[in-house]
Design a protein around this ligand. Sequence first.
Ligand code: ATP
Length: 235
Amino acid sequence: MLKLKNVQAFYGNIQALKNISMDVKEGEIITLIGANGAGKSTTLMTICGIVPIRSGEILFEGQTINKMPPNKIVALGINQVPEGRHIFPYLTVMENLDMGTFLRNDKDGIKQDLDYIFTLFPRLAERRNQAGGTLSGGEQQMLAISRAIMTRPRLLLLDEPSLGLAPIITHQIFDIIKKINKDNKTTIFLVEQNANLALNVADRGYVMENGVITMTDTGKNLLANEDVKKAYLGI
Ligand code: ATP
């Protein structure tokens, strides 16, 4: 579904991605793990067209997307929930969700997706008229994921959904991620610092160090890998 071929990206003189190649198959949950500053968020931002790539290629369903503007990439079915959520704090929950329907005009589909979201997150249904900025951190994460679902993505990119959340909320969010993957056959590309949780839900994982992919395997094998255990699982 998605292919990154020898992708290089820079911020000025700093090279953030050094020749990375990755592969995401339709229906999978894949995760990218790595330490702070490894280049994980940059990888997602290059896929979305926010950070330009200097060389290499990104293909979505066989089509080169690395020269497309972000709005075209969203229209193809790729959506990102960025690190820090970035909901609209002064808009209500409903208005935030409406923002996800910007490119849609299928009223029945929108209604159906809204019902689905309110079943996934009854808390958001209760608070539909509350300003986004007054929600708790966990609720804001739920809203950010829901707003992305409203775009009907086929590939959902999630950047650190566990950031700043209590363990119990994190587990709820990860259960929902698995459910979204199953219910709608949404392919998921998950960037996480919580390697243990991420590798447990992922079919496959990639490990990134200093802008380089150093390892890839099934989530299960990476969890059992001695180097991964030492560096990322604290075992
Ligand atoms: P974290 O887990 O801490 O969010 P990350 O793996 O997502 O880290 P990136 O945010 O992709 O890492 O950063 C990769 C490298 O690029 C880091 O060295 C970072 O300092 C640098 N970088 C990121 N954004 C910028 C920017 N806007 N300008 C300059 N350098 C940047």
